[in-house]
Design a protein around this ligand. Structure first.
Ligand code: M6P
Ligand code: ZN
Length: 183
């Protein structure tokens, strides 16, 4: 076995490159039910890309003690007066934490705890966001360009989308007079 090898995955600064990298595309159609303004949603091209995720899963999903790594690129824009956003999730293994950090663009990181308290942190290149356990999380692109952010999470966390799909966040991030507001 060679003792000095080339890394399997390269982070170019904005994207992940390498054979093990897996890509996931979410279209606007995949975000059905997320946006308040149904009429505005119906007018969208459902095949248009909302966001893309590049992931590196060095161990099988569910492995205790392992880590996953992902870069997400969210397109800019609004549907009604809501910004383009990720589906948002909590973790199946609820106490599992995660880091997000902003690479480029500008956005807002939304958190919601078990009591449905919602708060947000501004995202800008270099901003670092710790998502403690038991906290649902979502990102909205509030800028005019693509928002890219990194994520690192435990390989046994797994995604729980059901809660958010059913009850949503208790506050929405709306564009009010051109500015993001939690309403
Ligand atoms: C980050 C990580 C991933 C997640 C992705 C998109 O990269 O948290 O686990 O899948 O964002 O977010 P969502 O799954 O909520 O659509
Ligand atoms: Zn997560």
């Amino acid at each position: 076995m060679e003792t000095i090898t080339h890394p399997k995955v390269i982070f170019s600064g904005t994207t992940l490159i390498g054979k093990p990298v897996e890509k996931l595309t979410r279209t606007i159609g995949d975000l059905k039910g997320l946006f308040a303004d149904q009429n505005a949603f119906e007018e969208q091209d459902t095949n248009q890309i909302a966001y893309e995720v590049e992931s590196y899963f060095p161990v099988p999903e569910g492995t205790e003690g392992g880590l996953f790594f992902g870069i997400t690129h969210i397109q800019p824009g609004t549907i009604g007066n809501e910004y383009m956003m990720t589906k948002g999730h909590s973790h199946v293994f609820e106490n599992r934490a995660e880091f997000y950090w902003c690479i480029e663009g500008e956005g807002m990181m939304l958190f919601m705890d078990k009591d449905r308290n919602v708060w947000a942190e501004k995202m800008f290149p270099g901003s670092l966001h710790y998502i403690q356990g038991l906290t649902a999380h979502r990102v909205a692109n509030t800028g005019e360009s693509v928002l890219s952010f990194g994520a690192c999470w435990p390989s046994d966390a797994s995604h729980n989308y059901d809660l958010i799909a059913k009850n949503g966040f208790s506050k929405r991030l709306l564009k009010v007079n051109g500015e993001p507001q939690l309403v």
